[in-house]
Design a binder for this molecule. Structure first.
Ligand SMILES: Nc1ncnc2c1ncn2[C@@H]1O[C@H](COP(=O)(O)OP(=O)(O)OP(=O)(O)O)[C@@H](O)[C@H]1O
Ligand SMILES: [Mg+2]
Length: 352
């Protein structure tokens, strides 16, 4: 799995019986990171650049996968399949496409493992958003018969899974997760992210700026809804004049916007939630977690390690689980989440 934060690749070794037995993360090389970031926008020689980037992503995935297997003492032939997400550079379900760059043929060639790739396109072809795909997996690991649970993944974007004790599973993107925080932090402070949210915690929320950002139409769209860097990026930030503000105050306001957008969406979609389980890199942002808890005093906010799966393993495990669904020729999408016309088998196989 490599998500919209563009931080790198997470891989897990997972089986239905033993759960996760190994995890490996490797950061993207900065040159590949910039190349992928550029490909989120139209530019010259785009097809050529995209093909080269898809090769580079495959090499990065192969490196992580090989090291993961080595460390776990497993051989490629022991693995039934690898679910390989690829790098989202465009997500336009309303135009009928979503693009996750990955040369899956090269990945199969380099690893000797069956690769299940392109996991979102079939849902989009069936009229769905192609996202989020993780709620069915979240239900399988975190669902409870006696409580209404919500699972929040804070990656580049943030998405919620709704797991009521009774009734159908829900899920949708709430908007930005780490993406705006990372972008602003990198621009003013240098490093890729605000560790622990410490910088944001030094700032003061700017109420007028917050109100202008809250009026973004995406936040009032009903589910099914999904988003990406197509909307929330540097250009979106620059729609407001930020020059006159202290950068730390802007960071605090972005953190508040992120927490508010999640809490507001949860309060509307599943007001009686008992527990919010947080995963993804944003689970390490203590400032963001405090803001979330302040907006949601009626429920308990916990990180996913407290419920058996470390925050950085959840999304990667979901794609292993989706690959297992593909291998069993079982549908991976939930119609009530993505809005597709029906359950569909997700992915395409590149045999080892
Ligand atoms: N210690 C930390 N403090 C604050 N933020 C952190 C910390 N560690 C990671 N993060 C944030 O988490 C991000 C990476 O999270 P993650 O890998 O879940 O996102 P992603 O790759 O976009 O995933 P996906 O799109 O699949 O949800 C980093 O870019 C950073 O913003
Ligand atoms: Mg990541």
């Amino acid at each position: 799995m490599s998500g919209t934060s563009l931080d790198g690749v997470d891989a897990v070794l997972w089986s239905p019986n033993s759960g996760v037995t190994a995890h490996r993360f490797e950061a993207f090389d900065p040159a590949l990171q910039s190349q992928l970031l550029r490909l989120n926008q139209s530019g010259p020689d785009e097809l050529h650049q995209a093909a080269l980037a898809a090769n580079a992503v495959a090499r990065a995935y192969a490196q992580v996968l090989r090291t993961l297997l080595e460390e776990a003492g497993a051989r490629p032939q022991d693995v039934s399949a690898a679910g390989a997400h690829g790098q989202t550079v465009r997500h336009r379900p309303e135009l009928g496409f979503t693009v996750q760059l990955l040369n899956a043929a090269l990945l199969a060639e380099l690893t000797g493992v069956d690769i299940v790739a392109d996991l979102r396109s079939r849902d989009v072809a069936a009229g769905g958003q192609g996202a989020p795909l993780v709620p069915a997996f979240h239900r399988a690991v975190f669902g409870r018969p006696d409580a209404d649970i919500a699972v929040l993944n804070i990656g580049g974007m943030a998405n919620l899974s709704l797991l009521p004790a009774q009734g159908p599973t829900g899920g949708f993107d709430t908007g930005p997760g780490n993406v705006l925080l990372d972008t602003w932090h990198r621009h003013h402070q240098g490093p890729a992210f605000d560790a622990g949210g410490c910088w944001a915690a030094t700032g003061r929320v700017l109420p007028d700026l917050l109100a202008r950002w809250q009026s973004e139409p995406f936040f009032s769209l009903p589910p099914p809804r999904s988003t990406g860097r197509d909307l929330f990026d540097w250009t979106w930030l620059q729609q407001q004049v930020l020059r006159s503000f202290s950068p730390a105050d802007v960071q605090a306001t972005l953190a508040e916007l992120t927490a508010w957008s999640i809490a507001d969406a949860l309060n509307r979609a599943q007001p009686a939630t008992n527990e919010l389980i947080v995963c993804g890199g944003g689970a390490f942002n203590l400032d963001l977690l405090h803001r979330l808890q302040r907006h949601l005093p009626q429920l308990q906010v916990v990180t996913s390690d407290r419920r058996g799966l470390p925050p950085m393993q959840v999304e990667a495990t979901a794609f292993a689980w989706l690959a297992a669904r593909f291998t069993a020729r079982e549908p991976g999408n939930l119609v009530c989440v993505t809005g597709a016309q029906g359950p569909r088998i997700l992915g395409a196989l590149y045999p080892a």
